[in-house]
Structures are given as C-alpha cells and as structure tokens.
Design a protein around this ligand. Structure first.
Ligand SMILES: [Zn+2]
Length: 148
C-alpha cells in the first residue's frame, strides 16, 4: 500500500529481525498515521537528494521486534516515527546526513549511524528538536553534530 508517492507501508514496516524471528510487526492505525508523516518527510528528503532512490533499512518496529533488534526502549521506531535509510546514488550516509542538516527539513533527530542515516520525528504535539547526532558503532556514545 502506497502511503506517499515513492514509499509503501510495507517497506516502512518491514523488519528483517521480525521476519527472521517470526515476530509480528503489523502496524496499528496510530502507527500507520505516523508512518504517513515519516513518508512525507522522506519524500522531501528524496527530492533534496535529487530524486534518487532511497533504500529503507528500518521503519516501524514493534516493541517486541525493537527489543529483539537491540533498539533502545524510547526509540521513535516503536511509534512508527523513524526511518533508517541509505541513498547510495546520492552519496555516503555522511553526505546524505550533511545534506539534510543543511536543508530546512524539520526533524526531531537526525543521526548519522554506522552504515545508514536515522531520521526521527517528534510525537504529536511535541516540538521537533532538530537534534543532529553521530553514532559510530553499536556501543559508541552519541556525539553531537554530524561527524563524517
Ligand atoms: Zn533508527
């Protein structure tokens, strides 16, 4: 099911961990509403990156799936408010993150992670923090800013 011009509900709620472990990752309606917001922001990012294809690594993760994947409990992914992705036709994750940082696209958190970019949105009614961070490995602490 398309939830924006270039993104489907399936790709934004696909979980490799869920498929591997046989866990349910079906989004409930509030999550679908949130994923539509994420898809709208991802469309803006796609345009910013020259209309190049974006590969989604992870969007919605149910609490159970998030736990299995080692995600933090407060993860925006659990609300369907985050997307991990790459756009290799544009550049490296660092180049993608820097392009978003320099744009006027609104986000709560922009994180350059080890191998992809995380964009998280604020929960309904909360102000977007426009917080940019870098996380170099699973165990590394978050560093302030986008650090290539
Ligand atoms: Zn993420």
């Amino acid at each position: 099911m398309k939830i924006s011009e270039h993104f489907t509900l399936e790709e934004l709620s696909f979980s490799e961990a869920a498929a591997r472990l046989g866990l349910d990752n079906t989004p409930i309606s509030i999550v679908i509403t949130n994923l539509r917001l994420v898809a709208a922001v991802m469309e803006r990012i796609r345009t910013l990156l020259g209309d190049r294809p974006i590969i989604v690594h992870s969007g919605y993760r149910s609490a159970e799936v998030n736990h299995a994947a080692g995600g933090v409990v407060t993860s925006a992914h659990c609300h369907g408010l985050a997307c991990d992705f790459v756009c290799s036709a544009f550049g490296t994750p660092a180049e993608v993150a820097l392009a978003i940082l320099k744009s006027d696209i609104e986000y709560d958190q922009l994180i350059l992670e080890y191998g992809w970019v995380h964009v998280g949105l604020a929960q309904g009614g909360l102000i977007s923090r426009q917080e940019a961070l870098t996380k170099r490995s699973t165990l590394a602490a978050y560093e302030s800013g986008i650090r290539a």
